[in-house]
Design a protein. Structure first.
Length: 367
């Protein structure tokens, strides 16, 4: 039958495709287990994926992983040029996914856990931290000393045994604002909407000068020509996303946006100086109940959009994108506007359910 050997192939998951065939151009490092036969180098092209092996979802975000190759030794022959050397032929029996090379850093997770507890409970003693975290006091002391050295916490006064958060903790969330909160909640809503309308949809927020797409289903829709839409910026007054945000905003918000657009050097913002155009755009859009754009942001592309409110404050807008040759905006509204309204209502409801955190994000951004 021949002796069975197991070998380990270790390589980097650079493109997150868990198939040996995707790494034919890579140099694989073959490591033999203790007690196995002499090491043999195998070309990646000779290794075929086992039909019974399945991709592990957990590997999609891993940087490193390895494959276990199971071989059977078929025969051993003496080399013709040396009687002390042997060559062996092997038969590849199976390929299995091995355990992840890297594991979560437990110390980091524990430190973050302590910060979460202190954020929730306020000033707290080591004994209470140990009890609430489930860690022993020695571990808690070491973590607290590390967090103190990094400027995130500080001990109490001489007469107090309580530990406090410091201003350094705010640096952990300064890059995260209400716009991230909207898109985080909105992502599953867009996913659900995609199943109903098939056409791609986007969520965009106003960043001070234009509308920036923060979440999209373009990469999942079979009717999309564009896959990488995250971060794409559209002008306020010529895109459906921008028009929905602007036209359904309060008059005070509209005046603030217009001041910015009038001072802009972008040719797309020049229309903001035409007061009659802007007033007519607001009037028609509000009467229609949705914003629209036809061949204005991209040739051959149209879209309709609805605003998203948190209570009475507009925070984002959602659009539906389609080919101008496929239908006009009236037909699109007749077919899909109710689905869009339902998606907006679901998103607004989720924002209210998360009102405590979301209100804090809005207040922080306002300051």
């Amino acid at each position: 039958m021949g002796t069975i050997y197991e070998y380990c192939l270790c390589f980097q998951n650079s493109d997150k495709k868990i198939t040996p065939r995707a790494y034919k151009s890579c140099c694989w490092n073959l490591k033999r287990n203790p007690g196995s036969a002499p090491g043999v180098t195998f070309e990646a092209s000779r290794i075929k994926q086992n039909k019974n092996s399945r991709q592990s979802p957990a590997l999609s975000s891993c940087r490193y992983f390895y494959l276990i190759l199971i071989f059977r030794q078929r025969d051993v022959k003496k080399c013709s040029h040396s009687e002390h050397r042997f060559s062996a032929s092997f038969e590849l029996l199976d390929i299995k996914l091995g355990d992840l090379i890297h594991k979560p850093v437990r110390a980091l997770s524990r430190g973050l856990l302590l910060l979460q507890i202190m954020n929730r409970e306020g000033p707290i003693s080591v004994q209470d931290l140990a009890w609430k975290s489930g860690l022993n006091r020695t571990t808690v002391y070491r973590l607290l000393e590390t967090l103190e050295a990094d400027g995130f916490i500080q001990p109490g006064a001489l007469s107090s045994n309580l530990w406090h958060l410091k201003m350094g903790v705010k640096s952990l969330s300064e890059g995260y604002d209400h716009r991230d909160w909207v898109t985080q909640i909105g992502a599953p809503v867009l996913g659900k909407l995609l199943k109903q309308v098939v056409w791609p949809t986007d969520i965009a927020v106003f960043d001070g000068t234009g509308m920036v797409i923060r979440e999209t289903t373009h990469k999942f829709s079979p009717l999309s020509l564009h896959r990488n839409m995250i971060g794409v910026r559209w002008p306020v007054l010529s895109s459906s996303l921008g028009r929905a945000f602007f036209c359904f905003s309060s008059e005070q918000t509209q005046r603030s946006i217009l001041r910015v657009l009038k001072a802009s050097d972008d040719p797309a913002d020049r229309v903001a100086r035409d007061e009659s155009y802007v007033a007519n755009l607001v009037k028609i859009t509000r009467e229609r109940g949705y914003a629209q754009s036809v061949d204005e942001t991209s040739a051959g592309i149209s879209s309709i959009a609805r605003p998203v409110f948190y209570r009475e404050q507009i925070v984002a807008s959602i659009n539906l994108v389609f080919f101008t040759s496929a239908m006009n905006t009236s037909t699109a509204a007749a077919k899909y506007l109710e689905d869009m309204k339902a998606a907006v209502a679901e998103l607004e409801e989720k924002l209210i359910e998360s009102s405590v955190v979301f209100r804090q994000q809005l207040e922080t951004s306002a300051v």
